[in-house]
Every structure is written in structure tokens, then in C-alpha cells.
Design a protein around this ligand. Sequence first.
Ligand code: 13P
Ligand code: SF4
Length: 317
Amino acid sequence: MDVEKDKDKLARLKSEIEQLKKEKGAVILAHYYQQGDIQDVADYIGDSLALAQIATKLEEPVIVMCGVYFMGETAKILCPDKTVLIPDANAGCSLADSCDAEAFEKFINEHPDHTVVSYVNTSAAVKALTDVVVTSSNAKKIIDTFPADEKIIFGPDRNLGGYINSLTGRKMLLWDGACHVHEQFSVEKLIELKKAHPEAKVLAHPECKKALIILADKVGSTAALLEYARTSDSKEFIVATESGILHQMERDCPDKTFIPLPPTDSTCGCNDCSFMKLNTMEKLRDCLRDGKPEVIVDPEIVELAVRPINRMLQLCK
Ligand code: 13P
Ligand code: SF4
């Protein structure tokens, strides 16, 4: 009975969202960490890079970013004349929060001869201080475009920065930030799972700690991990990233098994990103109906932040 009620409620929400989308001239973008129903109702699903690239090509006047706030800001910076909505304006990011713009500016000023590379998981204000933005999809490719002796500041993710340093042999100066979800994955539990599933391939996001990255068969962005799962001959995978990605993995590969890696403290459910999961179908419907919450970026910040984002989009064409 309750299951039937839930199905009816979901069907109603879906049809309201479809109707409002048409009425308002809106398009829905969703990140792979969104809850499954939101991914299913979205017009486009992608990793951070794809969502930014898609935003630049849209004709609709309203973009609803089902992701976290910095993703909405990136879309707004790239499309300042459009209205960018987000179902829950409190959907932040612990990694972006680990890099305060004022403190980052001080760090930059202490190293004046350095090029500043920032991960896309940053506030618009941090992007405005940056020479080039990267995502986990293109960080190595973009860093490789710099001469070997280029002095580089990389912020804010120490794990992604350390991983790129290890791949390239560079000594980029790293900001000491991290994501609370990816830092929580347990190496001990990974070793236990590998013993129990010796044929399973380990998929890890580069925001994970080095000890975990070393044990992975594939390290990459959410889109890269999904592509690896799709094209691999393996039938079992241990997944070390936010659990929302399992929705597309299971949809695209119904004959394969995906085992989410638990965090060290399994009682906290930390492999769900609490920020990503703030967005719900109800809030998505409401934001389409009410035209809020809207993502707002100061026009002066837009002017400065658009350059490093466009530089990234040019370099990774
Ligand atoms: P992707 O760019 O790989 O989608 O990652 C975004 C993110 O927030 C990872 O935690
Ligand atoms: Fe930010 Fe981590 Fe959530 Fe990704 S998983 S949005 S890095 S808090």
C-alpha cells in the first residue's frame, strides 16, 4: 500500500516537473551524485566538466542545476544572462569550504611567481583569483600544458593535487583542503572487500587518499569511472566514490555488480554526500514553480572568474 502511494507520489512529481519545465523554459542538469529519481528526470547528467560544457550550449533561458552550489555558480558564470536555479541553496561542498578566498589570496601573495590552478570545487571568489580551473577529468591534461619548471599553486584538494604530482613528477604547492566524503573511505575495508571479491576491479575518485588510490585499478572523474565500468570485461566493481554514481552504473550495466566501499565509521553513512543529497524531487518541483532559490554571482566576480573557466574549456577541447 505504502509502496503504491510512493509510486503515485513520484509519478505526480515527475509530471509536475515536466509541465513546469515546459512552462518556464527550463532545462535540468544533474550530477551523478544526485538521488536516482533526479537523475532520471534530468535532461542531462554528467560530471563537473560535462555540466559546465553543456551549460554553454543550452538555448533555454532557465537552467536548474541539480548538484552543489559551486556547480550552479559555474553555470551562472558561463551564462550570466540566464537564470540559474538550484533546488536547495544550502547544497554546499566541504572541499570548496576548505578554501576561504581571503586565506587563499594571502597564500597566493606569499608565492607571487606561481601560476594558480584551482579545482572546479571552489567558490566563484576563489576562481576569480585563479589562472586556470581544472576538474578531475582534465587536471593532468591541463597541468601537462605547462613547462616542466613552471611553479604552480594547486588548490584546494590536497589528494587530487598529490595524485597529479605523483603522475607528473611535479612539485606543485598544495592547498591543504579535502572532501569529507572521499577522505572517509576505509583502506582496511577495501582490503577486506578485495579478499572477498578477488576478481573485482577497484574504482576510485582522485579525491580519495593516496593509500586508497594506490589500490585502485581505475582512478578518474565520475564520468571516467562510469565509462570504465561500461567498457570493462569485469563483472564486479568496488566503488570508492559517492554512492549516487551507482544509479547510472547499475542502469548502464545491469549484468554487473557494484559494491560501494564503506567509510571508516560505517554508522555515519559518509559515502553519501550530505550536500548533494539535500536536493530532492519536491525541492526541484518547488524551485521550478517559484523561480528560486536562484544562484547569484557578483558581476565583478563573474568577469574575473569566467577567464580561468574558459581557459580550461579551451585547453580540454
Ligand atoms: P566529478 O568532476 O568527477 O564529477 O567530481 C565532482 C565531485 O564533487 C567529486 O566529489
Ligand atoms: Fe564536495 Fe565532496 Fe560532496 Fe563532491 S562529494 S560535492 S567534493 S563534499
